[in-house]
Write a protein that binds this ligand. Sequence first.
Ligand SMILES: Cc1ncc(COP(=O)(O)O)c(C=O)c1O
Length: 450
Amino acid sequence: MDFRAELDSPLFTHFISHYSHPTGPDLLGRTEPFFEWQESRRQAGLWPYSRSLESAPTPECGVRSETGTARQGLNFGSQDYLSLSTHPAVMEAAQRAIQDYGLHSAGSAMLGGNTTPALMLEKALAEHLQMPHVALFSTGWGAGFGVIVGLVRPDDHVVLDALSHACLQQGAAAATPNVSRVPHLNNRAMKRKLQEIRARDTRNGVLVVTEGLFSMDSDVPRLEELQAICHEFGATLLVDVAHDLGALGPQGTGSLGLQEMLGKVDLVMGAFSKTFATNGGFVATRSPSVRQFIRIMGGPHIFSNALLPMQAAVVLESLRIVRSEEGAALRAKAQENSLALRAAFQARGVKCLGEPSNVVPVQVGDAKVARLAAKKLFERDIFANLVEYPAVRLRESRFRMQVMSAHTLEQVQRAAAGVCDAMDEARAEVEVRPSATRAARHDGRAQAEL
Ligand SMILES: Cc1ncc(COP(=O)(O)O)c(C=O)c1O
């Protein structure tokens, strides 16, 4: 299909944000313009989202598009960083838990839904993080939203790194109108913002929010300095370690371990869904009262069914592996894959953002090129997620490739070659000069401000 005649149509020029604030009295009917736009992308093969896997998230697997096209190929789009979701010991732990506890948690953790594996997991995580009190949530999203909504009241302030995850942004917006964003990873801007808040308000709380590893950019904050700035201004620091815990650092302690900050950050939250082979999340604190407050006052813990016993058992076994020699070897293999993937892109003159981690963000820039390239990549039987505005800044579309320990170097080379070829072909079709797209500016402006 030749798209040249369509390049200036909404198929290529519109983003989700064009449709995200419909107006008018008909709540249901006003969803239709978005659906029509999305459907036109789907039918043109330009909607690379909501695909389904037809097997476990292994390096080679079957993938079906939302319109039903099935392909078999190379998977660089799953968040099973240490490939633990198919690890025999983890699968056995899941089966044992199903036999011992059944399938269901059968209640909120407050009302009978807590289980023995969940209690064991709280203890194991507390040791791993050197934070004695842990509250579990049935999703990482709920942990991020719940910790903010649990602690912050309308007179308080939340200051977020501008690229913080949606669960943190939405938690902040639900908790208080006093929400600020500072440029990504900019500790000086954070200090200025806290100074400014404290100059007019010493009576209320300030929560500062960042991540251990930003998953769209693969970059990391300087945590010791940030924690010190927070304490200077009587603010509390929350770090979301969803992407780095287990996957990076000594014994899988993530950025906290790498920066010798274990047990030294005010609040830590995370998700099990990247490295620990199942869904779920947690908040860790040094204070028993903070733990109880977040559980009862942060909606998702009390008003949502607890983590399944099978999920808790899976995380527990995954954590045992993460901390073992085997875990170190799996991390080393993932790191080898990540470095090889970056090197393969560099050899073709394609820029990857950030630092080596399981996430390899491949800069595309121009949205038209990115949409076409994503289509071509799928047709080449390579699966990598396209990330577009507003999930990233405008003109900074990218492929977010995710390496797993189970990938081979041959698969890594094949994937990089496929992505580069798809991008080259797409660029030629869109007739955008490579320099204009590859050098898309990375200026740290908040996506929310655009
Ligand atoms: C930084 C971050 N925090 C929280 C979450 C939410 O975790 P989950 O998808 O496990 O609910 C995610 C996952 O998308 C994430 O990337």
